[in-house]
Design a protein around this ligand. Sequence first.
Ligand code: ZN
Length: 82
Amino acid sequence: MKEGAEPVMSVMEIAKSKETDKKFKCTSCKDAAFDTNAEFRTHFKTDWHNFNLKRKIDKKESVTEDEFLDQLLDEEIAPKKR
Ligand SMILES: [Zn+2]
C-alpha cells in the first residue's frame, strides 16, 4: 500500500497501450498487433511467427519480436551447442 501513489505512465507503457488499439492481434505471438489485414497476413509468414508456433507446441511462452531477434543473434554467435 502506497500513500498518494498516482498512476505515472512511462513511455513504454504508452507505447504498449497504443499497440492494443490495433485491430489485428496474433494470439501466438507476444505483443504482435497490426493495423491492417495485409500486415497481419504478412506476419504469418515471418520466422518470428513460426518460431512462436513451435514454442507453443513445446508449451513454451511466446516471445516478442525483440526477444526473437535476440535469440537469433545468440544462435549466430553459437550455432552449435553440441
Ligand atoms: Zn504470430
